[in-house]
Design a protein around this ligand. Structure first.
Ligand SMILES: Cc1cc2nc3c(=O)[nH]c(=O)nc-3n(C[C@H](O)[C@H](O)[C@H](O)COP(=O)(O)OP(=O)(O)OC[C@H]3O[C@@H](n4cnc5c(N)ncnc54)[C@H](O)[C@@H]3O)c2cc1C
Length: 550
C-alpha cells in the first residue's frame, strides 16, 4: 500500500516546528502535522520575549555566563556557546525577513530585563512575543508551495524497524515517519518521511496547575522513549513563580518582565520578602523565587502571595504589558496599577526531554527533536528566562543544516519504506468508560502535584513511583484494548512522562536547580552528571500492540 511520503515531516506548529519547516523547505517537500490548529502550542502564550545579546553593553559571553549560572552547574557549555552565538544570527535573520519587535525611541529593539539576566537583552513584541513570532512564521510558510500543514493530525508512534522486522530483537536504527490519527475521525495512517523533526512541545500537563496549553502532554518525549530514544534530565520541571491565583486553565501567567520593570512580591503581612532569600531579590532565578513563595505560603498557610505592580505605573503597564494589563482587568476584574495581584507558582517548562546532539539529532537515525521536546543541554538544571524561544530557533536551524551537510538531504534506503505496514487495530473496541479515563488523568496530575512539586523528598518520590507504576499499568490496559483517540493517547503519554519524571528525580540524590530535595538540600560537589533514562527495549516492545510478533 502506498502511504503519503514527504522529504520532511515536522510534528508540531510551535516556533521550533515552523522554523525547522521553513528552513527545510529550501531542501524539499515538507509536511507539518499538529494535533490542534496551526497556532497551537506554548509558543503563542510566550509573553516576556526572546533573549539575545545584541546590545552594545552586552556580549554573548555575558549571556553565556548568566545561562550557565542559572543552570546550576548542569548546562552543556558547548551547547550554551552555540545558543548565545547562533541565537544572534537567528534573530537578525528574522528581523531581516521582516519580523518586528517593539522598538525604543531610536528605532532599535527595546530590550527588557528578566530574572537571572545581568543585562537588558530580552527582545519582545509588547507582551505577546510568542504569538508575534508564530504568526510571522505562519505567514512566511503560507508563501511556500512546498509546505503543507495538516491540522488535527496527531502523531501516535514513531515508525521504526520494530514495526516491520521479523525479529523482536531488531536494533532500532532508523525512523521512517509516524503513525498519525486524524482527530476528527480517528482514522489512523502512516505518514512517511526521509527526515522527521519532533517539535511537539513540553509535558506541563502532567501537573494540574500549569501555564501550558492543553497540547502539552509530552507526546514527543513519550513516543521517542517508546521508540528507543534516550531521555535526559526529566527531573527538572520549572515552576513559574507568578501565575494568577484563579481557576483559569491554562493558568494565567504574569510575565517576569514586569518584575524587571519594578514589580515586587509581598506577603499577606505586607512584607516585601524576596530580599531575605536572594541578593537579586525579585530578579533572582525562577527556582529561587518559586521556592521563596512556596516557603512563605508554608509559613503562613496562605494560598497565595501578591505581586505589587503599583510602582510600575499605569502608563507603563498599559503600553509595555497591554495583554496582561487588559486581561487582568477585563477577565479577572483586577486593575494592576492600583490593586495587588494574587499569585502562586505553577508548572511551566520541561527542561529535560529527548536527548539530542548539538544538531538536534537523537540516537535514532533521521529523527531530530527541537524546542521544548528536546534536551539540547542548554538549560541544565534550570532554564534562564527567555532562552527557550531562542533555543527553538537555534537548534531547529542547526538540524536542517545537519541534514543538508551530513545526508545531502537524501536517504538511500528508500525500499525500506515499502515494508511499513498499516496500523493494526485488531482486538480493540471503542472506549465505553470515559469517566475512568478522566479519573486516571486526574490521578496522575494529583500524584505529580502532591509528591513531585517544587519541594521533594526521597520517601515521597518512592511513594509516587509505586503509585504511578500502578496507574500506568491501568492506563496501558485501556490503551491496548481500546480504539485510539486523542484523549487516550494523551493519557498514555502523560502517564509515561510522569513516570519518567519521577524515575529521573529518584536517580538524583542531591538538590540542584529546580530539583530540591528537603532531605538532601545540598549540591553534590561534582561538576556535571546528567540523568539519562535509556529505554528498556523489552518494555518498549511489550508496550506496542502494533508490532509484528512473529
Ligand atoms: C505562558 C507561557 C509563557 C512563556 N513565555 C516565554 C517567554 O517569554 N520566552 C521564552 O523563551 N519562552 C517562554 N515560554 C516557553 C516557550 O513558549 C516554549 O518553550 C516554546 O514556545 C516551545 O515551542 P515548541 O515549538 O517547542 O512547542 P509548542 O509551541 O508548545 O508547540 C507544540 C506543537 O506540537 C503540537 N503537538 C503536540 N503533540 C503532538 C502530537 N502528538 N502530534 C501532532 N502535534 C502535536 C501542538 O499542537 C503544537 O502545535 C513560555 C511558555 C508558556 C506556557
Amino acid at each position: 500500500m502506498k502511504f503519503p511520503h514527504y522529504d520532511f515531516l515536522v510534528v508540531g506548529t510551535g516556533i521550533s516546528g515552523l522554523f525547522f519547516a521553513l528552513k527545510a523547505s529550501e531542501l524539499g517537500k515538507v509536511a507539518i502535522i499538529t494535533k490542534n490548529k496551526s497556532n497551537s502550542g506554548s509558543t503563542a502564550f510566550a509573553q516576556g520575549g526572546i533573549a539575545a545579546a545584541i546590545s552594545p553593553h552586552d556580549s554573548p559571553e555575558k549571556h553565556r555566563n548568566d545561562t550557565i549560572k542559572a543552570g546550576a552547574g548542569l548546562c552543556d557549555e558547548q551547547a550554551v556557546d552555540i545558543l548565545v552565538h547562533d541565537g544572534i544570527d537567528c534573530i537578525n535573520e528574522l528581523m531581516h525577513n521582516g519580523l518586528m519587535f517593539t522598538s525604543d525611541e531610536d528605532g532599535k529593539p527595546d530590550l527588557g530585563k528578566e530574572g537571572g539576566h545581568s543585562e537588558n537583552r530580552i527582545l519582545h513584541f509588547k507582551d505577546q512575543t510568542g504569538k508575534a513570532i508564530q504568526d510571522f512564521l505562519l505567514e512566511q510558510i503560507k508563501k511556500k508551495d512546498n509546505i503543507i500543514i495538516l491540522e488535527n493530525h496527531m502523531a501516535i508512534e514513531l515508525i521504526t524497524e520494530h514495526h516491520f522486522h521479523k525479529s523482536k530483537n531488531a536494533r532500532i536504527q532508523n525512523c521512517y515517519g509516524v503513525y498519525c490519527i486524524e482527530t476528527d475521525t480517528n482514522k489512523i495512517t502512516p505518514i512517511l518521511a526521509n527526515f522527521i523533526c519532533l517539535a511537539s512541545g513540553g509535558a506541563g500537563r502532567v501537573y494540574p496547575h500549569t501555564t501550558n496549553p492543553p497540547d502539552c502532554t509530552g507526546d514527543g518525549i513519550a513516543m521517542s522513549y517508546r521508540a528507543g530514544c534516550n531521555i535526559r534530565n526529566m527531573e527538572f520541571i520549572q515552576f513559574h513563580p507568578t501565575v494568577l491565583y484563579s481557576d483559569s486553565d491554562p493558568a494565567f501567567l504574569i510575565s517576569e518582565a514586569i518584575r524587571g520593570e519594578g514589580a515586587r512580591l509581598i506577603n499577606n503581612k505586607g512584607e516585601y520578602f524576596m530580599a531575605q532569600y536572594h541578593i537579586l531579590a525579585e530578579l533572582a532565578p525562577r527556582d529561587i523565587v518559586a521556592r521563596a513563595i512556596d516557603s512563605e505560603l508554608k509559613k503562613t498557610g496562605d494560598k497565595f502571595v501578591f505581586l505589587d505592580c503599583r510602582q510600575v505605573g499605569k502608563e507603563k503597564l498599559a503600553s509595555r504589558f497591554p495583554y496582561i494589563y487588559n486581561s487582568l482587568k477585563d477577565n479577572f476584574g483586577i486593575d494592576a496599577s492600583t490593586t495587588l495581584i494574587p499569585v502562586v507558582p505553577a508548572a511551566h517548562y520541561t527542561c529535560g526531554g529527548v536527548l539530542t546532539d548539538y544538531n538536534g539529532l537523537t540516537n535514532i537515525n533521521y529523527l531530530y527533536a527541537a524546542g521544548e521536546t528536546a534536551s539540547t543541554g542548554v538549560h541544565g538544571a534550570n532554564r534562564l528566562a527567555s532562552n527557550s524561544l531562542l533555543e527553538s530557533l537555534v537548534f531547529s536551524a542547526r538540524a536542517v543544516k545537519n541534514i543538508s551537510s551530513r545526508y545531502n538531504a537524501r536517504r538511500d534506503d528508500q525500499s525500506m519504506f515499502d515494508l511499513v505496514p498499516p496500523w493494526n487495530n485488531e482486538g480493540t473496541a471503542p472506549v465505553e468508560e470515559w469517566g475512568i479515563i478522566k479519573h486516571l488523568r486526574k490521578e496522575i496530575q494529583g500524584i505529580m502535584w502532591d509528591y513531585i512539586g517544587i519541594v521533594r523528598s526521597k520517601s515521597r518520590l518512592e511513594k509516587a513511583l509505586k503509585i504511578i507504576d500502578i496507574v500506568y499499568g491501568d492506563v496501558l490496559e485501556y490503551y491496548k484494548k481500546s480504539t485510539l483517540s486523542r484523549e487516550l493517547i494523551e493519557l498514555c503519554n502523560l502517564a509515561l512522562c510522569a513516570q519518567l519524571i519521577i524515575r529521573s528525580a529518584l536517580v538524583r540524590s542531591e538538590s540542584r536547580g529546580l530539583h530540591f530535595l528537603i532531605d538532601q538540600p545540598d549540591k553534590r560537589d561534582i561538576s556535571r552528571i546528567d540523568t539519562i533514562l535509556r529505554p528498556n527495549f523489552k518494555i518498549s516492545l511489550d508496550f506496542k500492540k502494533n508490532l509484528d510478533e512473529a
